[in-house]
Write a protein that binds this ligand. Structure first.
Ligand SMILES: [Zn+2]
Ligand SMILES: [Zn+2]
Length: 100
């Protein structure tokens, strides 16, 4: 009897988005706090490093992921979820669909 409870999970049901984000925050490690600036490119004065592909970009080309807090360039960004590619992958694994 106890063994069964060990694996017990909450039954899946449609949740409001607030809950969804809370769930995702349990599985996605936060790399940066929201509002924390990206890493400056040591080789230039006005560029910043994309946290995902580690290439320098202008600040206007980087966006901060709302889930993990990493800064992503256009190539590392998923508009579908408004997160970085990495988090978008996790969202997909969890079967959550983007807004369409
Ligand atoms: Zn990138
Ligand atoms: Zn992310």
């Amino acid at each position: 009897m106890l063994k069964k409870n060990w694996f017990r999970k909450e039954p899946p049901k449609s949740k409001p988005e607030g809950d969804l984000f809370r769930d995702l925050k349990d599985v996605i490690p936060v790399i940066r706090k929201q509002g924390e600036p990206p890493t400056k490119d040591p080789g230039s004065f006005s560029r910043y490093i994309c946290d995902l592909c580690s290439t320098p970009h202008a600040i206007s080309e980087l966006r901060q992921c709302v889930l993990c807090g990493r800064w992503g360039c256009e190539n590392c960004w998923k508009d579908e979820f408004y997160t970085c590619k990495s988090c978008a992958g996790i969202i997909k694994i969890h079967g959550i669909r983007g807004k369409e």
